[in-house]
Design a binder for this molecule. Structure first.
Ligand SMILES: [Zn+2]
Length: 160
């Protein structure tokens, strides 16, 4: 691990609802649209790879991610949240710390605990789509993939 700050993470919710209200905070262009049609996002975003933030608030960051065949993420781990995904299309593989491999397809849900490096790749022949659920500020800590050896010279920490 590259960082060892033991300070506990906290969340402050500054805007509290005081009672029933219409969804005035909804943003029609996203994030936080009342209704997102995945097919519309795919059409608007065009050629992968791409990612589109769908929902963002104090506790959650939900992102639709498209990868072309062979594409994927930079292997990384998180300090303060467990991350999970819903696969909406294609065939994806998670290479995890400790030699664990998870392969998932449409309608599958994958969960990875904090501290586990996850290297996600599209192992199929079609576009892959996954909905990623993370927690702000969603700090990412790069770590080479112990399974496939993927590494690069990019940033060691980044915020998504
Ligand atoms: Zn992650």
């Amino acid at each position: 691990m590259t960082s060892s700050d033991p300070t506990p993470a906290t969340i402050v919710i500054r805007q509290l609802a005081t009672g029933p209200m219409p969804p005035t905070a909804a943003n029609p262009s996203g994030p936080n649209s009342l209704h997102t049609r995945v097919a519309d996002v795919v059409r608007q975003m065009g050629t992968p790879p791409w990612s589109k933030r769908i929902i963002a608030d104090e506790r959650q960051l939900v992102t639709l991610i498209a990868s072309p065949p062979g594409g994927g993420n930079r292997p990384h781990w998180h300090r303060e949240f467990d991350e999970w995904w819903v696969v909406l299309g294609g065939q994806l593989e998670w290479e995890l710390t400790g030699g664990v491999v998870v392969r998932a397809t449409k309608d599958d849900i994958v969960w990875v605990p904090r501290g586990t490096v996850h290297h996600i790749r599209n192992i199929g022949d079609d576009l892959s789509l996954r909905l990623a659920v993370a927690m702000p500020p969603a700090m990412h800590y790069f770590s080479p993939c112990e399974q496939c050896g993927y590494t690069d010279t990019g940033p060691t920490e980044w915020c998504a």
